[in-house]
Design a protein around this ligand. Structure first.
Ligand code: ATP
Ligand code: MG
Length: 251
């Protein structure tokens, strides 16, 4: 088997006395779809922050695609192919879909952008943007102002923004949070049809959605890995039921 794309060894992220991530070791094979589940406060987003470089691990080691990224700044990890979306949308609402894509592709802020004036995309840029929008199923929406889109489409745009940077690994933090059932199905379809060249790790509270999309599940609790299993076993796992499905622990 090929070398895993992501390996965490005993990763700790401490905020003062709180160990939000408390000694996590996990391995994600190349091309896998992995769900990270667990109750609120389990440390899922903090784990993503550690992988993407938004917070430095207090200790432990993170290897990505053969590189030790433990102490690497976020932009260098992005260059290596780590791309993430956020639990809360992170778009520029008064700009068009296309302009949001151009900014992401060029790694610019709207302020720097306005200094350069209207976007003059070259053919390569335009083709990459079109491909990413199509993959996210909003290929017809390039000229729409973001705030005019439905919330579901905005979440699709976030995925498109991640895709345009041609990631090796996509970290999706609750991509379906706050969506209607039909919007959820759309996001699921987008994720399901992503190229297997991209490894996908997603945090998701909606069990049906998560388990229907992934090859393998990691359940976190109190900063630690509680259980790792294929989706078939997760629902029946009593430890997961106790912490995640809301059964009282000491009933
Ligand atoms: N920057 C921070 N400073 C201090 N504490 C933090 C910080 N970020 C997260 N925490 C704490 O770390 C713990 C884990 O938070 P985290 O956001 O990683 O959980 P989560 O599993 O993503 O939860 P949710 O499902 O609610 O999104 C929580 O107790 C949270 O309050
Ligand atoms: Mg979170």
């Amino acid at each position: 088997m090929s070398e895993p794309i992501l390996t965490l060894t005993d990763v700790v992220v401490a905020f003062d006395a709180l160990r939000a991530v408390d000694g996590v070791s996990l391995t994600v094979p190349r091309g896998q779809r992995r769900a990270i589940i667990g109750p609120n406060g389990a440390g899922k987003t903090t784990l993503f922050n550690a992988i993407a470089g938004a917070v430095p691990p207090t200790s432990g080691k993170i290897m990505f695609n053969g590189h030790d990224v433990t102490k690497m700044p976020p932009h260098r990890r992005a260059q290596l192919g780590i791309s993430r979306t956020f639990q809360i949308t992170n778009l520029f609402p008064t700009l068009t879909v296309r302009d949001n894509m151009v900014l992401a592709l060029r790694g610019l802020s709207p302020r720097k952008f306005s200094l350069f004036g209207a976007p003059d995309t070259d053919e390569t840029e335009a083709a990459r943007i079109a491909a990413a929008l199509t993959a996210a199923r909003i290929g017809e929406r390039a000229d729409v102002i973001v705030k005019e889109m439905s919330y579901g489409e905005q979440r699709q745009l976030e995925i498109a923004i991640s895709l345009v940077t041609t990631p090796t690994m996509l970290l999706l933090d609750e991509p379906a949070a706050g969506l209607s059932p039909s919007e959820r199905s759309m996001i699921a379809e987008v994720i399901r049809s992503l190229s297997r060249d991209i490894t996908v790790v997603l945090i998701e509270h909606d069990m049906d959605l998560a388990l229907g999309l992934v090859d393998y599940v990691t359940c976190m609790f109190e900063g630690r890995v509680l259980v790792e299993e294929p989706p078939e076993g997760i629902r029946r796992n009593t430890q997961v039921q106790e912490v995640y499905l809301g059964k009282p622990r000491h009933a």
